[in-house]
Design a protein around this ligand. Structure first.
Ligand SMILES: [Zn+2]
Length: 325
């Protein structure tokens, strides 16, 4: 929450109880642990894509909404807010706030490498940086995207050869669309998806992403899933049988610390430890506030290696692997 010149601006509130009705609420992206602010009574802002994906995943209809485009500024009584690409999923934004006294960058969730569906988040010079630390521990160093993509495709082709349907369990928004695109580009396998992904895929298509898929509740999707070689993309917690022999795998950054029977690929929509440290350094902040994940570990590194004034902020419950979006 930023209060300056009589203006109150709140980003990704978790609880609305203490948010004044006159406050302007900004929502960084459409994952459910960030969208509570859409229920605020006053004016809400996010990118159009964030609103569309939220609407595809939730029955909740947003009222009192104004879109904010990436790289555009909004001015509220002398406070300027700019939305910047966060690289985390379609429509995800960081917010750079300039008040007469200071500049504050709130990152939301960020990813600092290009993916098949997003461009890397870029750092911006600021006085105060508020940054996520989901994978802010040195144990999280992700292999290159290309290496992971190759591993996923190789695994899926091998499973298909063995007569199984490769089933990938991923978050419905962001990772699922990256997976659809991956199989569209590198294989000829038809991609069947859990119907929950359908509306999110449509939001990506509407924004110019070329995705080809069949929903498993459509006649075509059902037929392909019943008898053809294909890939099935579904949510993390979906345990339903697909009526055929399935080979299941997860794609998540947590794969680096998971032990289990299923395959797991370390494909993340978040920055890893080194990306986070480089990002913080490039922003040249005077103060750093770190939230979620390994906040304390990242804080120690930022203090010792970058010599910056860093604090861990007690915060939100982050989504767990088996939640669906
Ligand atoms: Zn997120």
């Amino acid at each position: 929450m930023v209060a300056a010149s009589g203006v109150t601006i709140v980003m990704d509130p978790i609880k609305l109880r203490r948010v004044p009705e006159t406050a302007r609420v900004f929502v960084s992206h459409a994952h459910s642990d960030h969208t509570r602010g859409f229920r605020h009574k006053g004016l809400k802002q996010s990118t159009v894509q964030t609103r569309d994906i939220h609407s595809a995943l939730s029955a909740h209809r947003i009222s009192n909404f104004a879109a904010i485009d990436l790289n555009r500024k909004v001015s509220i009584d002398g406070v300027e807010i700019r939305a910047l690409n966060a690289g985390h999923m379609l429509g995800s934004a960081q917010f750079l706030v300039h008040t007469p006294a200071t500049s504050i960058l709130y990152t939301g969730d960020i990813n600092c490498v290009d993916t098949l569906t997003t461009k890397a988040a870029e750092p911006h010079r600021c006085d105060v940086l508020v940054i996520e630390a989901t994978y802010g521990s040195p144990i999280y160093r992700f292999p290159s995207r290309e290496t992971i993509y190759a591993g996923v495709v190789e695994w899926a082709v091998e499973m298909t050869k063995q007569g199984c349907v490769p089933c990938l369990h991923v978050y419905a928004a962001g990772k699922a669309q990256e997976m659809v695109r991956l199989f569209n580009i590198y294989t000829h396998l038809p991609v069947v998806v859990n119907p929950r992904l359908d509306g999110v895929n449509e939001a990506y298509r509407k924004s110019g992403h070329s995705l080809n898929w069949l929903a498993s509740n459509s006649a075509d999707g059902r037929e392909v899933l019943e008898k053809d070689p294909c890939v099935y993309i579904t949510t993390p917690g979906d345990k339903r049988s697909i009526g055929r022999k399935a080979a299941r795998a997860f794609a998540t950054g947590w794969a680096l610390s998971l032990r289990g029977r299923n395959a797991a690929f370390p494909l993340s929509s978040h920055a890893d430890f080194e990306q986070l440290v480089s990002f913080i350094k490039a922003c040249q902040p005077e103060e750093v506030y770190i939230f979620t994940g390994f906040a304390d570990e990242l804080r120690r590194t930022v203090k010792s290696e970058l010599g910056l004034d860093a604090r861990a902020v007690p915060t939100m419950n982050q989504r767990k692997l088996f939640e669906d979006y």
